[in-house]
Design a protein around this ligand. Structure first.
Ligand code: ADP
Ligand code: MG
Length: 620
């Protein structure tokens, strides 16, 4: 058979930039190249298993012995070799995965890197550019691979000096998997040493779940045992942290972990971690790293949605079941009782871990909240079964302080206060200066300020917390419950009566714009504000529905004590009352952070009024 000759390809610009970085600036932890290549080998073995499991037809029929990762070195040739019997790559996959870099992580890495070599090497694994770390120590890398399921003639050899280009050629390769040969740079000979390589593997790859063999030795260098299967009493914090790092490539380390062996109807072990920082892809639709499922120590699949609900998608770790059959199919996983049981107990364990953290280590919890609070909030609408537990974990900013839990709020409620008040606003600064808060400020009542997009769904799904109603300060008539005394009520009634005519006229002028006009006790300094009808959906949701930021049925409330309103009330025959009505309405629209429908008309009216006022008072 004649194989096509070698072909040369150019790296994409970003890849060339990464390669240059590897070769020239990331030297401080140069041994990490081995960690990255071993991690890829281990991933490839896992992916082979997954493929076996999900697409047995394309995985091929090659026998699967206990998969291994082999590291070898050759002093004379000055090479280090890393070989695996994982899934391998087809020619297209080689081009797609390591030839070009059209991978999202590359650009992210270039953006995230600090220029500090130590910090940057820690980022390599996270952003999916690990393979290129081979060029930290090598000036030529040859990768030979053949994908599982393809014939031996479809092997591929990729070779590059890590500059602008690489070559590809077709080769015969009997075994599936990948072999990478690093031709070391001048001066790297100290790596060609068994003791040295052994210690690097121990240090960075001890908890990789596959045996790593060095040279001709058949005893694995690493523990190659499932760390989670060992008793807690044998494990130190460092063991847990190391395992986390190897599992996730997140070198910032975990914030907390829970490790439990559960026995009963179903038997399983779980080791779950809460990371200390959000990954860059937390909000991308398919950020699917999540929790790995093993059955009797054998890796089955990595799937965030199956083992953790979306709102806990930041949780990383391992679940190892003793019950599921090894050839368990996806369908069984989707509907099986064992899976449901494991999932629900895993959720409980994580919520419990967070609760303990919130109570015992509030500062740590504040870090958690900054990184993952918005994600956790999704659980309020999404997970009714655990709503109360999640509600206790929520933290808000209020008119008084930050990091307020609903329980804190409840403990500070005024005598006679029976509701938890909140204000939804597009941003914290809009919220803090909103006229809706005026009366609450005057009465010294704390209000939660909700500015997160998801908060709207949170308050809709959480009408009560421990028997106390959550009440928007911008919806329905102001209601201070028992906090209002009779003097307040009498004054309000008088105001209503005194302004009845004015209210009627404003209503006429604002027909089609304001659903209703009424006198309010809500305001102390502003002349007017917009509130939502009680039956209406809340502002933020409507904002998305209507685009203007106004409720569907906006109600204009006026402050009878404001000089402007007093003046309008005194001179209702003013021919400019229509202009005043619209200007009041538009002002109120602006102060709730919404958009005026016809800004030019507003400006024209305002200017007409200003001109008439200046001519009323000549000389000013
Ligand atoms: P990451 O591992 O984060 O995806 P890398 O730069 O380390 O990023 O590897 C890039 C890609 O190259 C991998 O996602 C994988 O598709 C492919 N790859 C690298 N090494 C191997 C290997 N030993 N076997 C099969 N595929 C590999
Ligand atoms: Mg990798």
């Amino acid at each position: 058979m004649t194989l096509p000759a070698e072909e040369t390809f150019g790296f994409q610009a970003e890849a060339a930039q990464i390669l240059d970085l590897m070769a020239n600036s990331l030297y401080s932890d140069k041994e990490i190249f081995l960690r990255e290549l071993i991690s890829n080998a281990s991933d490839a073995i896992d992916r082979f298993r997954i493929e076996r499991f999900t697409h047995p037809e394309s995985a091929g029929t090659e026998p699967e012995d206990e998969p291994r990762i082999r590291v070898a070195f050759d002093k004379d040739a000055r090479t280090i070799t890393i070989a695996d019997d994982g899934i391998g790559m087809s020619r297209d996959e080689v081009i797609g995965n390591i030839g070009t870099i059209a991978r999202s992580g590359t650009a992210e890495f270039l953006r995230a890197r600090s220029g500090d070599a130590r910090g940057d090497t820690a980022l390599i694994g996270q952003f999916g550019v690990g393979f290129y770390s081979a060029f930290i120590v090598a000036d030529r890398v040859t990768l030979t691979t053949r994908r599982a399921g393809l014939p031996a003639a479809e092997g591929v050899r990729w070779s590059s000096e890590g500059k602008g280009e690489y070559t590809l050629e077709a080769v015969e390769r009997a075994e599936r998997g990948t072999t990478i040969v690093l031709h070391l740079r001048e001066g790297e000979d100290e790596l060609l040493n068994e003791h040295r390589l052994r210690s690097v593997i121990k240090r960075y790859s001890d908890h990789i779940g596959r045996p790593i063999l060095l040279g001709g030795d058949d005893t694995p260098v690493n523990q190659a045992t499932a760390l989670w299967a060992r008793p807690k009493s044998e494990l130190t914090d460092k063991d847990y942290d190391d395992f986390y790092r190897q599992l996730t490539n997140d070198f910032s380390g975990p914030l907390a972990h829970v490790h439990a062996k559960v026995e009963g109807r179903y038997e399983y072990t779980l080791l779950l971690y809460v990371p200390s920082q959000a990954p860059y892809d937390l909000w991308l639709p398919q950020s699917l790293q999540g929790v790995r499922l093993h059955v009797q120590r054998v890796f089955i699949l990595e799937d965030a949605d199956r083992l953790m609900p979306r709102y806990l998608r930041f949780v990383r770790g391992v679940v190892d079941s003793a019950d599921l059959p090894l050839n368990v199919s996806r369908e069984i996983l989707q509907g099986g009782q064992a899976m449901d049981h494991i999932r629900s107990s895993a959720v409980k364990k994580v919520l419990r871990l967070l609760k303990d953290m919130a109570e015992g280590e509030p500062e740590k919890y504040a870090t958690f909240w900054t990184e993952f609070g918005a994600t956790l909030k999704e659980g309020i609408p999404d997970d009714p079964a655990h709503r109360d537990d999640i509600a206790r974990l929520l933290r808000f900013t209020s008119t008084e302080r930050t990091g307020v839990s609903l329980a804190d709020y409840a403990s500070r409620m005024k005598d006679g206060q029976d509701k938890i008040y909140y204000l939804l606003a597009p941003g914290l600064s809009d919220a803090a200066s909103s006229p809706h808060l005026e009366a609450f400020r005057a009465k010294d009542i704390e209000v939660l300020l909700l500015d997160d997009a998801v908060d709207n769904f949170v308050v809709t799904a959480l009408p009560h917390f421990e028997g106390k109603r959550l009440q928007s300060v911008a919806q329905g008539p102001p209601d201070f419950g028992d906090m209002e005394d009779t003097a307040d009520k009498d004054a309000a009634e008088q105001d209503d009566a005194g302004c009845a005519d004015l209210v009627g006229r404003l209503k006429e002028h604002l027909d089609g714009r304001a659903f209703d006009v009424r006198v309010t006790t809500r305001l102390t300094t502003s002349p007017a504000c917009i509130v939502a009808d009680e039956a209406d959906t809340e502002f933020a949701l409507v904002q998305r529905m209507r685009g203007s930021g106004l409720p569907n049925q906006p109600i204009l409330e006026i402050n009878p004590r404001h000089p402007l309103i007093e003046r309008l009330n005194a001179g209702q025959d003013d021919p400019r009352l229509a202009d005043w009505a619209h200007v009041l309405f538009d002002q109120a629209v602006l102060t709730c952070g919404a958009r005026i429908e016809e800004p030019a008309a507003f400006v024209t009216r305002l200017n007409t009024l200003l001109v008439s006022l200046t001519s009323d008072t000549p000389g000013r």
